[in-house]
Design a protein around this ligand. Structure first.
Ligand code: GLC
Length: 490
């Protein structure tokens, strides 16, 4: 099949979270199954042209966005040494002077233009995909546009798949700030009124109009069908339940592998696990924490409410009394969370370290900690819990979304399970799970066993990639009105 995947984030070019990381790995995994997979994204100002030179394709063209014409061009590169990737180069919509990927001031307009531009890209390439697979909200209008094309259009036969990575983000503009009567229901012809671009709910339009909708874990698929846990999307998803599936994300073990991770001072795997502790000492040294044999609990994620920081803050004093060290690495848009962490770091210099995210430090945190915290309020898939397993760092997670699908609670009688799981979104429930983890940490033989078992587990992209191929085949049939079936649990 010819498959075009479209996303707003693809690592290493642009990444604020898990989406970018998925986009670096999934296209490669599907391509290895023998399909012509290619990727399309905007060339943000933040993408350094020196570091990532692009080969221009075609001539500069004039893109019509609601009557406003601006010059755009397309560039190409190779992603992960295997996958052709194309970029929309638009000095007007994605100026080189804009440092941040997303600019709330400019709102949805740049992405509206990005969605329209894909058809010009396909013209330029003279390549018609069988499938356009859009990820999250960034390209959600494309299934909508394709659905309403006249049958004579050369693009009318393209089948579409929408994958929801996070229901909390549906566009750049804040949907909840839009008066209820102006909110986009997602139905009908694609919006063309340029003055109403801020009201477009891109993700909803993808959900309503794609031939098949997927999300990034089976449990999150169930949660999205519930009004309480869907950020307002359940109304659009319930009518789609026949054509809505959960597929868990994989881990790219060629990247996340403690044996080959070049960011680690000492490489290791489950056969030479003791070397993990050299990384632990390196982490303590690097963060100016005393080099002590105490458990290190870590968090490594975007610092948002989603990731459960308020629960950690709630039990913070209690945690400090146990003598542990807490390491937090991540970037934040919320001043109050960073303020809390900065204050506590000053108060407990021997126990708390908080640093902005960097790739090198991220790896060292996975390798050097003992326990990885993901007490998420919701977690569509989650990558950190899976990476931490491979690095021998035991996850403590809340039973939600992808965390529920991948982490099972340790049972002290028969020693099954690969982490510590709690249910209620309360500090008390988190504290109880941490306590069980710390107790086991104190019993070195059992802890060592759990670590080595966890490191040997595999959540690669192989199975999810095969599932996506089945989804693509089903989407083509769905589009053609031919019956198909995929079991809900597969
Ligand atoms: C979002 C979700 C995260 C998921 C990622 C990739 O960032 O919050 O749970 O792993 O998308 O699908």
């Amino acid at each position: 099949m010819n498959i075009l995947m479209i996303a707003g984030e693809v690592a290493p070019y642009a990444k604020t979270g898990g989406l970018g990381e998925v986009m670096a790995a999934l296209p490669k995994a599907v391509r290895r199954l023998g399909h012509d997979v290619r990727v399309f994204m905007p060339r943000y100002g933040a993408i350094d042209p020196q570091k990532y030179p692009l080969v221009p394709i075609g001539k500069t063209i004039s893109l019509n966005v609601g009557g406003e014409r601006t010059p755009v061009s397309f560039g190409a590169s190779i992603l992960a040494q295997e996958v052709p990737i194309y970029f929309l180069d638009s000095p007007f919509y994605f100026p080189s002077t804009q440092a941040a990927i997303y600019d709330p001031k400019r709102g949805n307009l740049p992405f509206y233009a990005f969605n329209l531009s894909v058809f010009r890209l396909l013209d330029t390439l003279d390549w018609i995909p069988d499938i356009i697979h859009v990820h999250d909200w960034h390209a959600g209008l494309i299934p909508n546009i394709i659905k309403y094309l006249p049958p004579t259009s050369r693009f009318a036969q393209i089948a579409t798949v929408e994958t929801i990575h996070n229901s909390a983000y549906v566009s750049i503009a804040d949907q909840w700030a839009i008066p209820e009567e102006d909110r986009d229901c997602g139905e009908g012809v694609p919006p063309t009124d340029i003055n109403k671009v801020q009201n477009i709910n891109f993700l909803k339009r993808g959900i309503v109009n794609a031939d098949i909708v997927t999300t990034v874990s089976e449990q999150y698929a169930k949660e999205l069908l519930q009004p309480k846990t869907s950020h307002g999307l359940s109304d659009a998803l319930i009518p789609r339940s026949r054509t809505f599936f959960g597929i868990r994300n994989g881990v790219d073990y060629s990247y996340w592998n403690p044996m080959f991770d070049t960011n680690l001072p000492v490489n290791y795997d489950f056969e030479i696990m003791h070397r993990k502790y050299d990384n632990k000492r390196a982490l303590q040294h690097r963060l100016n924490l005393p080099i002590l044999d105490v458990p290190i609990l870590s968090m490594n994620s975007r610092i948002t409410e989603q990731k459960g920081f308020s629960l950690v803050f709630e039990i913070f004093d209690e945690l400090m009394k146990t003598g542990i060290q807490l390491v937090v690495v991540g970037d934040s848009t919320s001043g109050s969370f960073t303020e809390f962490l900065t204050d506590k770091m000053k108060l407990f210099p021997n126990q708390v370290a908080f640093r902005p995210y960097s790739e090198a430090l991220g790896s060292l945190v996975y390798a050097g900690s003992d326990i990885f915290l993901m007490p998420s309020l919701f977690e569509p898939s989650g990558l950190g819990q899976l990476v931490s397993l491979r690095y021998g760092t035991i996850p403590v997670v809340r039973r939600t979304g992808g965390l529920a699908d991948t982490i099972s609670d340790y049972n002290q009688h028969n020693h099954t399970g690969n982490g510590f799981v709690f249910d209620e979104y309360t500090g008390e429930a988190l504290a109880e799970a941490i306590k069980r983890a710390l107790d086991l940490w104190g019993r070195k033989d059992l802890w060592w066993n759990l670590m080595s078992k966890s490191m040997a587990l595999s959540y690669s992209w192989e199975i999810p990639a095969k599932k996506y191929v089945r989804i693509y085949k089903a989407a083509i049939k769905e589009k053609a009105g031919v019956t198909w079936s995929i079991p809900k649990r597969w």
